[in-house]
Design a protein around this ligand. Structure first.
Ligand SMILES: [Mn+2]
Length: 439
């Protein structure tokens, strides 16, 4: 089981103490109703166990892993049905030792005798510090997990490929289903139903389904507008598989054919994305990629007559950010914005332009590539923005795009020493998109 390999890697990094992690607990929504439970990512990483109320104790000195599960009484079985006991959990999660959570306190008292410190996450520490009675190095635990989680193992990449393949199928179903007159939530239903039909009942994040001008709202979530002929539809949605996320965005014409104006903006974003993907490989600084993408977008917007002036000034002065106000890339894994690799990996941004995600890419990283161009009313009509950028933005022309919304294209890329591996197989070339939109 790959979870055992991962636990061994963590123990090898923290060989001198007890490692104690808490799983997630259900959150009450109101009387008798809980929010849908989602296991903590660190816990999924080390166990794959999706049950609430568990703990994991690792004893590096003895190379021993013990999973502690909550004891379910018969009353609960009436409501919850079958809940695995220790023997079954041992088999299910591939952990050699499984015990009830009620035995954790005594187990810690025994185990602490041979340890000099502990590595307990904040929740585990709060609950068990009296039993541990050791100095706690929580930041070292966080750092070790961030370092390990950043580089995906072959088994993790298989899980991520499967999340991507299912999500890709759902994106293709969406392209075939969209037509003028439908509501955004009907498209959301197509996407989510297609994931569920494939056994993936959980999404990696709330789906963004944004038609027309709504696409210029970066985290649009209402999904309740009616799509009309001539609109572009932007859908940013992905399923998760055993906790591993897919994060995919496509933008396509609701009526199935791009207009010349949509073609221009779409091609600019697509070419930018493809060029950035080609450059994605080990050793490259993610901040450099982001700045390069700003250059490509700025040059494209110049040729569309929306920006004017020296490209360097448009990038460094921030004018391009009016149309492209988010990052190019982020890490992807058990979290949709995944850990960035721990303190040791913290890289410097050599550019004058501030960038949020700065990392030297390594083989085994999975990152998104998602440039975009948007026509955002709140920016284009802001008097302060207009004053500041009057020399570099053609605001009159930009305002004629206010009904346009925006275009984002996002794929998930596995970094290697050589050519990048694109995990996302959804049409994105104009002719392929138009073909996929045909029913
Ligand atoms: Mn993303």
């Amino acid at each position: 089981m790959h979870y055992e390999d991962i636990r061994r890697s963590l123990m090898a990094r923290l060989p001198d103490g007890l490692i104690l992690l808490s799983g997630g607990v259900p959150v009450a929504r109101n009387h008798d109703v809980e929010y849908p439970f989602r296991q903590k990512s660190d816990f999924l990483y080390l166990t794959g166990a999706e049950e609430a109320g568990c703990y994991l104790l690792l004893e590096p000195g003895r190379r021993k892993s013990t999973l502690f599960i909550p004891k379910i009484d018969n009353h609960h079985r009436v409501w919850l049905g079958h809940v695995p006991g220790p023997a079954e959990a041992r088999h299910l999660f591939g952990v050699a030792n499984v015990a009830y959570a009620s035995e954790l306190g005594p187990a810690l008292k025994r185990a602490r005798k041979s340890a000099r410190r502990c590595y307990a996450d904040p929740e585990a520490w709060r609950r068990y510090k009296a039993d541990l009675r050791l100095p706690n190095a929580a930041p070292a635990l966080r750092d070790a997990l961030d370092e390990l989680r950043a580089v995906k193992t072959a088994a993790e990449i298989r899980l991520m490929r499967a999340a991507n393949a299912a999500s890709a199928k759902a994106h293709r179903a969406v392209m075939a289903a969209a037509r003028p007159g439908l509501y955004e939530y009907e498209i959301q239903a197509v996407f989510e139903a297609e994931c569920l039909k494939q056994g993936l009942g959980r999404l990696a994040y709330p789906s963004i389904v944004a038609a027309g001008a709504n696409a210029a709202v970066l985290h649009y979530s209402r999904n309740n507008a009616r799509m009309k002929s001539g609109d572009l539809l932007l859908i940013d949605a992905g399923a998760e598989n055993k906790g591993y996320a897919a994060d995919i965005t496509r933008t396509f014409p609701v009526s199935g054919r791009f207009t010349p104006r949509q073609r221009d903006v779409y091609s600019l974003v697509l070419e930018t994305q493809k060029r950035c993907i080609t450059m994605t490989r080990a050793g490259v600084n993610s901040a450099d990629l982001h700045v390069r993408s700003m250059w490509f977008i700025a040059e494209g917007l110049k040729s569309l007559g929306l920006l004017k002036g020296e490209t360097s000034g448009l990038v460094e002065g921030g004018a391009v950010r009016i149309f492209y106000p988010h990052g190019l890339t982020h890490m992807l894994g058990l979290d949709v914005h995944d850990v960035t690799g721990g303190k040791k990996r913290r890289a410097k941004n050599p550019n004058k332009v501030p960038v949020r995600f700065v990392a030297k890419l390594e083989p085994g990283f999975v990152v998104t590539m998602e440039p975009g161009v948007y026509f955002i009313k709140a920016l284009l009509q802001d008097p302060a923005v207009r004053r500041k950028y009057k020399g570099s933005v053609n605001f009159a022309k930009a305002e004629s795009f206010l009904d346009f919304g925006g275009v984002r294209i996002e794929d998930d890329i596995l970094v290697t020493r050589g050519a990048p591996v694109n995990l996302t197989d959804v049409p994105k070339e104009i002719k392929d998109v138009e073909e996929a939109c045909r029913r």
